[in-house]
Design a protein around this ligand. Structure first.
Ligand code: GDP
Ligand code: MG
Length: 143
C-alpha cells in the first residue's frame, strides 16, 4: 500500500467546476487513478474521516464545509505517492503554498483548500478503506 494515497476533491473544488483542472494536474504529475467516486459526505462520515482533528476549535467548521456539497475521493498510485502528492497540493494554507501547487492555484483559504492528501502511508491505507471496498480497488488493479 505504500505506493498509494487518498485524494479528495473537496466540495469547493466541485462547486467551482475545477474537477477537470485538478485531475489534469494529478495525471500530469504521474499519478494513476485506481478508484474514484462522487459522494456527498454525511456528518458522521466526515467526522469519522477527520476524527484526528475532533478537538480542534475549527472542527465544526471543517465538518460543515466537507458536508456542504458533493466531493470526489480518489485512490491514487505512484512511487512515493504520499509525499509526492503532498508536494503537488502544497501547504494547508494556500497563502503559504509554493507556486504552481494545486492549493496555490485554486484554494481560497486555510479551510476551503480544494483538495485533501493523506499524510502517511498508514493513514493512506485507512483513508482509502474509508471510501473504497477491496473489490472496487482490485477491479482496477491492472489499469
Ligand atoms: P491538510 O493535511 O493539509 O489537509 O491539513 P490538516 O490535516 O492540518 O487539516 C485538515 C483540514 O482542516 C484542512 O485541509 C482544512 O480544510 C481544515 N483546516 C486546517 N486548519 C484549519 C484552520 O485553522 N481553520 C479552519 N477553519 N479549517 C482548518
Ligand atoms: Mg491532514
Amino acid at each position: 500500500m505504500s505506493n498509494r494515497t487518498l485524494a479528495i476533491l473537496k466540495p469547493d473544488c466541485v462547486r467551482k467546476n475545477l474537477i477537470g483542472n485538478v485531475i489534469a494536474k494529478i495525471n500530469e504529475a504521474g499519478f494513476k487513478i485506481k478508484a474514484m467516486k462522487m459522494t456527498h459526505l454525511t456528518k458522521e462520515s466526515a467526522a469519522g474521516f477527520y476524527e484526528i482533528h475532533k478537538h480542534q476549535p475549527w472542527f465544526n467548521d471543517l465538518i460543515s464545509y466537507m458536508t456542504s456539497g458533493p466531493c470526489v475521493p480518489i485512490a491514487l498510485e505512484k512511487d512515493n505517492a504520499v509525499a509526492d502528492f503532498r508536494k503537488l497540493i502544497g501547504a494547508t494554507d494556500p497563502s503559504k503554498a509554493d507556486e504552481g501547487t494545486i492549493r496555490k492555484l485554486y484554494a481560497k483559504d486555510k479551510t476551503e483548500n480544494i483538495v485533501h492528501g493523506s499524510d502517511s502511508d498508514e493513514n493512506a491505507a485507512i483513508e482509502i478503506s474509508h471510501f473504497f471496498s477491496r473489490k472496487e480497488l482490485l477491479e482496477n488493479y491492472n489499469n
